[in-house]
Ligand binder design. Structure first.
Ligand SMILES: [Zn+2]
Length: 216
């Protein structure tokens, strides 16, 4: 793929997809969006929310960042893009669901297991950002023990990170308020890049189970 292909892709989109769905797309353009869910996913190019869920324009409000992390709520004047997306989705768009979707083979999680000497000190923002997965890493190491193999450690950390990000999400006052009055629900999902399968976290049994089996 190069830039010319992307340009041709847009032409194709306008000529085929846009024309076919013109009525719904123009309705969204005129009336504005009212997405059902906020999807917090990884920036990884293989984890494309609308593709893996077959969602339509207008269905999902999306924020993607390295590792699908949610920083704990912090009341200051810094530039918090993920916090801003959460605030906007909940307070203004009134989404009913927030999905934090992690995935297998996540580069962010792989990175935190690299020896410190291999981390380039010029990656100041990434190094700092990845601290948001440290708790999951420690939990995985304690739960699997010293002789755990690398693959198990990575997969377990990826899943535990989703749970710790859900904990962070609950530090947002607006999220807590809507959870308490049951106008908002939060979900932890895990996407397998090798199979396309999604598992969801069931906090009642502390397990990830197939999303297909979830009763809705
Ligand atoms: Zn990732």
């Amino acid at each position: 793929m190069n830039l010319e292909d992307f340009a041709q892709g847009n032409t194709l989109f306008k000529d085929v997809y846009f024309k076919k769905h013109e009525k719904e797309l123009l309705e969204l353009a005129h009336e504005g969006q009212s997405p059902k869910a906020l999807f917090i996913g990884c920036s990884d190019s293989r984890v494309i929310p609308n593709v893996i869920l077959q969602a339509k324009p207008g269905d999902l409000f999306v924020v993607r960042n390295v590792g699908n992390f949610v920083p704990p709520f912090k009341e200051d004047n810094d530039f918090h893009s993920t916090a801003s997306a959460i605030e906007y989705a909940v307070s203004v768009l009134n989404v009913k669901d927030i999905i934090i979707c992690g995935h297998s083979d996540c580069g962010a999680i792989k990175h935190i297991f690299m020896p410190a000497s291999k981390l380039d000190s010029s990656f100041i923002h990434t190094t700092n950002w990845l601290k948001l997965a440290q708790r999951a890493k420690s939990m995985a190491m304690v739960s699997l023990g010293d002789d755990a193999n690398t693959e198990d450690l990575l997969r377990t950390t990826e899943k535990l990170s989703i749970i710790t990000q859900l904990d962070n999400l609950m530090t947002y006052p607006i999220v807590k308020e809507r959870l308490d009055n049951e106008t908002l629900h939060i979900h932890g999902w895990y996407y397998d890049v090798k199979s396309g399968n999604i598992d969801y976290y069931d906090p009642e049994v502390y397990k990830f189970l197939p999303l297909e089996s979830k009763q809705v």
